[in-house]
Each structure stands twice: as C-alpha cells, then as structure tokens.
Design a binder for this molecule. Structure first.
Ligand code: SF4
Length: 358
C-alpha cells in the first residue's frame, strides 16, 4: 500500500476487526508506549472496534509527559540566570513545574524562545556570543540524534556558549519497569518512530526476560488493527516475540548512522520518569568529551523538592493504572488551554488525546 487512503480503507478495517474478533478468546491488556499511537487510537476510535476482552492502555509515550517536575523546575531555574537564553520546543514551554512554567517565566520577561530544531538553537548561539544558550533536550530515541548533532556542531564550530540540558530517555527500560512495578501488560504496541531510529532488536532482551510480545506499529487505522491482530495471534498461540507491522519504516537494526552519532555523544544513566520514578539505565547523559556543553555540569542550580498539583493523576495515567477520565480535574479544571498536569499539555499526551476525541 502506498497512499494514506489505503491505510484507512473501510473494507480492510472491517476485515481486520472481524479477524481480531474471530481470533480472540481470552482477556488481553495491550499498552501503547507512543504518544502518536495514543492520539491515533483515540482519533480513529480503535478502542471501540475491539472485542471487550481486549483492553488498550496508554503508557509513558509522550516525551513532555514523562519529563518530571524536577527537570522542569531546573529548566526554569536556568532561565533565571543572567545573560541566558532558553531555547525550547513548543510543547515543553507549557509544561507546569512546581510553581511556574517556562511559558509563565517568558511572560515575566525571561528570554525563552521557541525553536523548531536544534539548528535554530545553534543559530541563536551564533548570533548572541555574549549570552549562554541552553536547550533542554527532551524525548526518546527519535529526538536524541538531533541533540547529539547539535553538540557535535557546537564543538566543531567552537560555539562555547551553547549548552544542552539532557532529559533524553530510552524506552525499553521504562517498558521493563512497568512490568517490574506490577502493571499487568500482555503485549506492547511498540513505538514506530522510536524504533525507526533504534531498531526492533532493542526489544529482544525485554521479550526474553518477561515473556511478552512487542509489535512495532504504524499510525493509521489499518496499521493499528493489524498490530492488535498480530499481538492477539501470538497470545492465542502461546508465543512471544518481537514483530514489525510498520515495515515500511522500521527494520531490526534501525538507523545505524543515527545511533552511532547518539552513542558518540551520550551514555546511559539512571533517570527519573514522571509517575514511574527512578529507572536504572533509562536516561542519557552527555559524555565527558562534550561536558563543556553540558548545562548540568556548567551551571550550578539547586531547586527545592518538586511537588505535583493536588488531584492530578498523571502518574497513574502514565502507568496505565487510571484513565484520564478517572481524574476529577479532567475537562473541568484541567483542559488543553489550562493544563494542570503534563498529560494535558501535548497533543500526544493521554489526557489531551482523550479530551480532543471524547
Ligand atoms: S486531567 Fe489533568 S490533572 Fe488530571 S491526570 Fe490528566 S493532566 Fe493530570
């Protein structure tokens, strides 16, 4: 299939819906760990097409949602330093910290600028040699390469005023942590974009350790239903494994050039996830060779312990233990225009996806 209409073809959708219903005999809890999938599932109403014994859960797949409050508070503290410009992606600017957000700080006069790529941030560093430019790097395997390229470029161009605050995360340790924390999951819809970069082989240790299946999926209705069918088939046949539905973009090995660049700049570290806590080996810190561009090394900042707003269930939502509609603040106090928790900020957050496609 080549065109988007084919991936939304009603006959194909109906055929897959029937095939899933015919195949499925037992309860199955399937979690998607990609914000793009969360949005697509809600947008196309995929959950309504499945038999009742199949439950779809939203997991920690939205980059800004899993960035914990301490990290946001640190970015805000950096914005208060003299002669500093914070450059950030548009979603992050709206995520609430403990007492403020980058957006509010911008309104109070801090120099905080939205950029569309790390290259824009480098350009600002070039144009402002007397200022420190800090880019808070968030996201999973998909966005890490562009942060790595920015550091390599900053070093080769001697842009000593460019700094990265690395909040980058690795997906498989979080998928393992959810199981270790007792969340009942029978199979994962694997993230399409993350796996395009990192390759499907990265899930094999997870599958072997936990006897669980992962199917890497595309983002259209036919993709998602076919992925569910593949997970149902494996469960019904008593098999576990990694499979790729999204073969038009994903391979077992991924984009080796991008991963080489990432591995040149970053090394794994333990990291805090919103809702999931500290997960060993789930983050990426800047290697010593690039430490002169590491904001957490260069600037001394202390922030008081972070706290979550009363009533917000983002932590439970990100672990698939609660649905956004279980939160009393959902669509009353907390809306996309006035997000109380991180899951309502981005279109990829579970709460905003539920809000937009109620
Ligand atoms: S509705 Fe708002 S406050 Fe409630 S869990 Fe979602 S983001 Fe948090």
């Amino acid at each position: 299939m080549k065109y988007i209409e084919e991936f939304r073809n009603r006959e194909l959708v109906n055929t897959l819906v029937k095939a899933i219903a015919n195949k499925s005999t037992k309860p199955l809890r399937i979690m998607e760990v990609c914000g793009g999938h969360t949005m697509a599932i809600r947008k196309f109403g995929i959950q309504h097409l499945l038999p009742p014994q199949i439950e779809l859960l939203s997991g920690p797949g939205c980059p800004v949602c899993v960035t914990n409050r301490t990290a946001i508070d640190r970015a805000i503290a950096l914005a208060s330093l003299p002669e500093t410009i914070i450059t950030t992606y548009g979603d992050l600017i709206r995520v609430p910290g403990s007492a403020s957000s980058l957006n509010q700080e911008k309104a109070f006069g801090k120099d905080i600028r939205i950029v569309y790529s790390t290259m824009d941030a480098l350009e600002i560093a070039r144009a402002n040699p007397g200022k420190n430019i800090i880019f808070p790097g968030i996201g999973f395997e998909t966005t890490t390469p562009s942060s790595a390229v920015a550091l390599i470029e900053a070093q080769s161009q001697k842009l000593d005023n460019f700094f990265l605050l690395s909040m980058h995360k690795i997906m498989p340790p979080a998928m393992a942590a959810l199981i270790d924390q007792g969340v009942k999951i029978d199979g994962y819809i694997g993230p399409g974009h993350v796996t395009t970069i990192a390759g499907a082989d990265m899930y094999r240790p997870l599958v072997d350790k936990y006897d669980i299946s992962v199917v890497i999926s595309g983002f259209e209705p036919v993709d998602l239903l076919q992925s569910v069918y593949m997970l149902v088939s494996m469960a019904e046949e008593g098999r576990h494994g990694v499979d790729i539905q999204y073969r038009r973009a994903v391979t077992d090995k991924g984009n080796s050039k991008a991963m080489q660049i990432v591995n040149r700049v970053f090394e794994p570290c333990d990291d805090e996830w919103r809702g999931l806590g500290l997960i060993p080996g789930s983050g990426l810190k800047i290697k010593p060779e690039f430490s002169n561009h590491d904001a957490s090394e260069h600037f001394s900042i202390n922030t008081p312990p972070a706290h979550e707003p009363a009533g917000c269930l983002c932590g439970e939502v990100l672990r698939g233990l609660k649905k956004p509609i279980d939160c009393k603040l959902f669509s009353t106090v907390c809306t996309p225009a006035n997000p109380i928790g991180a899951c309502m900020v981005s279109g990829e957050g579970a709460c905003q996806a539920y809000f937009n496609y109620r």
